[in-house]
Design a protein around this ligand. Structure first.
Ligand code: PLP
Length: 275
């Protein structure tokens, strides 16, 4: 009997996905090897990642001026990668501390730039009114955690930050409800809560923020204009996770109207029999 797992993560994977993965363990689509044994730079892997991206774009109605990246390092990796990629030393950013995860994001960001804590709750039971937040005038971005996994505090609306990019850690809410991506400059999420197994991180970033990484940013942490290459550099497990993600995304009940229909979606699915 399969266990019902109600913990915050990792997510339960759909049984058909697990069955198909088991069937393909020795031979993936007649290649004589499992997908985990294939080159993560191969055309097959790139197709898998492209399909996962197309599925996610469709599900989240991601505008075309956003890149979708599948990276390593968990959501925690993005706590540092974001300031490294879109700010310079001495820049300032506003952080909202509304629970444990936003606190951790704030602590990490302090290593890379000046942090203004625009709002802080202690018991972490609510989101203070936006008019009471103390935004700084020269912030390069505002960081929020729309759903605090541990404290259970969730936003039901987002601060209007005007031209200042709004960044959201959506690890525990992605694909559980519609998100208006266009309200954010960057969204990021560890995949293990709502999408698939641990080992892959989704970053959705507006294109105008690309190509600004600090010179000393490790290449693996750099979200460059060649960001899609990072998909190819992802670990082999990520290739498997992309396939599971593609299926899992299809299993979500709500279907947005889709700008993404304009995208050319790859026709061949790794889970053709399940679709
Ligand atoms: C809201 C939130 N942010 C960040 C993290 C850290 O994610 P990761 O384990 O992928 O680094 C978690 C993990 O539980 C989380 O719930």
């Amino acid at each position: 009997m399969r266990v019902f797992n109600f913990s915050a993560g990792p997510a339960v994977l759909p049984e058909p996905v697990l069955k198909q993965a088991a069937e393909e363990m020795l031979d993936w689509r007649g290649h004589g090897m499992n997908v985990m044994e294939m080159s993560h730079r191969s055309k097959e892997f790139i197709d898998i990642a492209a399909e996962a991206e197309a599925d996610l774009r469709e599900l989240m109605d991601i505008p075309l001026n956003y890149r979708v990246l599948f990276l390593q390092g968990g959501a925690t990796g993005q706590f540092a990668a974001i300031p490294m990629n879109i700010t310079k030393p001495g820049d300032k950013a506003d952080y909202a501390i509304t629970g444990n995860w936003s606190k951790k994001a704030t602590q990490e960001a302090k290593k890379y730039l000046e942090v203004n804590v625009a709002v802080k709750t202690d018991a972490h039971t609510h989101i203070p009114k936006f008019e009471d937040w103390e935004f700084s005038k020269d912030a390069k971005y505002v960081h929020i955690t729309p759903n605090e996994t541990i404290h259970g505090v969730a936003y039901n609306q987002y601060p209007n930050t005007g031209d200042v990019p709004l960044i959201g850690d959506v690890s525990s809410m992605i694909l559980s409800q519609p998100i208006d991506v266009s309200k954010f400059a960057v969204l990021y999420a560890g995949a293990q809560k709502n999408i698939g197994p641990a080992g892959i991180t989704v970053v959705i970033i507006r294109e105008d923020l690309l190509g600004q990484a600090r010179e000393d940013t490790p290449i693996e942490r750099t979200v460059s204009t060649g960001g899609s290459r990072l998909t190819v550099w992802s670990i082999l497990l990520a290739s498997c996770a992309c396939r599971l993600l593609a299926f899992a995304a299809k299993s979500v009940a709500w279907v947005p109207t889709s700008r993404a229909h304009a995208l050319t979606r790859p026709r061949m699915s790794p889970y053709t029999s399940s679709r």
